[in-house]
Design a protein around this ligand. Structure first.
Ligand code: ZN
Length: 425
């Protein structure tokens, strides 16, 4: 780990509330100052960034990072077939070692493509926590609980969730938070969801759950409970400012109003929703109604990568063609979904380049053909940039990527290990 305590990022184009050229001083883990008066003597490390764009680190609000090992498994299948025939049989072979290898591969991919924080739900989460701690990024981690309406299973799942709180909450200098993560309303009993809500509120934790992902799920919940999924969750007390609902594809106009009233965050996953043909989430309506809306990649096997730049672009394009209105999802709104809205959802003081915020900063190369000219830097970031344009990444005031080289992780070793781990699934 680089032991730098102060970093001067000299002269980048900064994407803040306005786009301007200035210098950024990082002291410890915070943005201390943004001004044109800073000079080389002000910091121990100076990064010349005159040909870079500085932006807040991207926030991936819904993923299952260890699924990197399942990249390319079960392409071109419907969600239920994909799960039953391809994903679940392989996941049955997971071990601590395999989840660690998959998580480490994801750390490499995320850091190299500009993600500084992610929100994850999966199994063997202590291994993902270990990978996060070593990599130096931020994460909210939850043990994915599925009881399939079985009493014994429910007790065991809650026990696992409690163990994760004990082992990992507020670890890695506070970079790791634990969330309570019942999988979905159609795979978890009402009791499990209610107990999850209580566990989250007793421990002041976020509640992260898949909701309204497919039409089948909505039909099932309607048949079973006589109401749509978000309304059903509301009867269980599961909708609050601490709730992050992944997908929200089939949400009704009434439910959108409810989400806005309750302060729920919706994590939109455009690649996954398109690849599994789940549908098109009403993101333009969410934003119109003041619902905090963010972006996630979902797991790699329904994406098939963790590149938040492509996810930003797809978010905007999908809404424009769906509404036949090119004016929806302005570049600023799309950018905010991938940054500050995600930080707000996870309750972390980051997602913006402002004095006093945590220093989670990405520097993007502009001296490449597809970033020229720079008429509107924000537009280039949302529509033209690729994850591979990320040159430098700082998280919590530490440099994790410098000139495209990882400082905390051995990239080749991690790639080799992941390649052999994938063969065991
Ligand atoms: Zn998911």
């Amino acid at each position: 780990m680089t032991q730098t305590t102060s970093i001067l990022i000299k002269d980048p184009i900064i994407i803040a509330d306005e786009v301007h050229r200035n210098s950024i001083l990082v002291v410890d883990n915070k943005i201390e100052e943004i001004s044109s008066k800073l000079n080389d003597n002000d910091a121990e490390v100076v990064i010349d960034a005159h040909d870079k764009i500085a932006m807040p680190g991207l926030v991936n609000t819904h993923t299952h990072v260890a699924m990197t090992l399942l990249r390319g498994v079960g392409d071109d299948q419907a969600l239920q077939t994909w799960l039953n025939d391809y994903i679940w049989p392989r996941e049955a072979n997971l071990t601590d070692e395999l989840v660690y290898a998959g998580s480490r591969l994801a750390m490499v991919e995320m850091i190299k493509t500009g993600t500084t924080m992610f929100n994850d739900m999966y199994f063997y989460m202590q291994q993902t926590a270990k990978a996060v701690e070593e990599a130096g990024i931020r994460a909210t981690l939850g043990y994915g609980m599925i009881d399939l309406f079985d009493d014994e299973k429910r007790k065991q799942e809650l026990k696992n969730a409690k163990e994760l709180i004990k082992s990992s909450h507020n670890t890695a200098d506070g970079r790791i938070k634990v969330a309570i993560t019942p999988h979905a309303p159609n795979t978890c009993s009402a009791e499990l969801i209610q107990e999850s809500v209580k566990l989250a509120s007793d421990n002041n934790l976020k509640l992260h759950i898949h909701v309204s992902e497919t039409q089948d799920e909505v039909d099932l919940i309607k048949n079973e409970h006589g109401m749509t999924p978000f309304k059903y969750l509301d009867t269980l007390g599961a909708l609050s400012e601490d709730t992050i609902a992944a997908h929200g594809v089939w949400t009704t106009p009434d439910e959108i109003k409810l989400l806005s009233e309750r302060g729920v965050t919706v994590s939109h996953n455009p690649s996954s929703n398109m690849k599994l043909a789940s549908g098109i989430a009403p993101v333009a309506d969410y934003l119109e109604n003041g619902v905090n809306t963010t972006i996630g990649t979902d797991g790699v096997s329904s994406n098939n990568n963790l590149d938040m730049f492509s996810e930003m672009k797809l978010t905007a394009l999908m809404q424009k063609v769906n509404t036949l209105n090119p004016e929806v999802l302005k570049t600023r709104q799309t950018f905010n979904m991938a940054t500050v809205n995600g930080a707000k959802a996870l309750g972390v003081n980051t997602g913006e380049l402002k004095e006093g915020k945590l220093a989670d900063i990405v520097l993007v190369d502009t001296n490449v053909a597809h970033m020229v000219p720079l008429i509107d830097p924000l537009s280039n970031i949302v529509y033209a940039a690729l994850g591979s344009d990320v040159n430098t990444l700082i998280c919590d005031g530490k440099i994790l990527l410098k000139d495209k080289q990882l400082t905390t992780l051995n990239e080749q070793e991690i790639i080799d290990e992941a390649r052999s781990a994938a063969l065991q699934l």
